[in-house]
Design a protein around this ligand. Sequence first.
Ligand code: FES
Length: 194
Amino acid sequence: MNATVEDIEGDVSRRDFIYLATGAFAAVGGAVALWPFIDQMNPDASTMSLSTIEVDISPVLAGQAITVLWRGMPIFVRNLTPEEIGKAKAVDVADLKDPVARLLGSTAELPASAANITKPGKENWLIAVGICTHLGCVPKGQSPGDPRGPYGGYFCVCHGSIYDTLGRVRGGPAPRNLDIPPYEFTGEAKIKLG
Ligand code: FES
């Protein structure tokens, strides 16, 4: 069964998501301005996430992952193990199907290295848009017991796309790596998305 991008919010909120409603909150000012606007433009958007959210990721231990909703998109947050980091860094970017780090909203074409996909000193944290770049399904790999494919990252069951632990496409029909949303660390284990 294929899911479209339009289906994702509904699907994930029911099944695939841990939506950190209590752990995510709007940046000061953002919520006040945004919510009335959304409510006026589209009542159905009352469930939309805010444009900027902060997420406390401290409960996510090495080897664990959570998915949060941001701007209607599932955002994969994964705390990579030292072994996973080591394997990801050992990959020759030139061998990748898509050698470019896909930074959402940026036209920069940086190599898809661990250094460009993660933040300095935070190489263990993958923060990526959990939407398959083929036709928009949500890849598996976030939940315990999910298929993760031969690279231990993500596997899209819709048509078989394979991603590694940094969201880099390694097989199947997906043309591009998972997008990396704009984010920054605002604390040792706290991120601001957007
Ligand atoms: S949507 Fe086709 S492989 Fe993911």
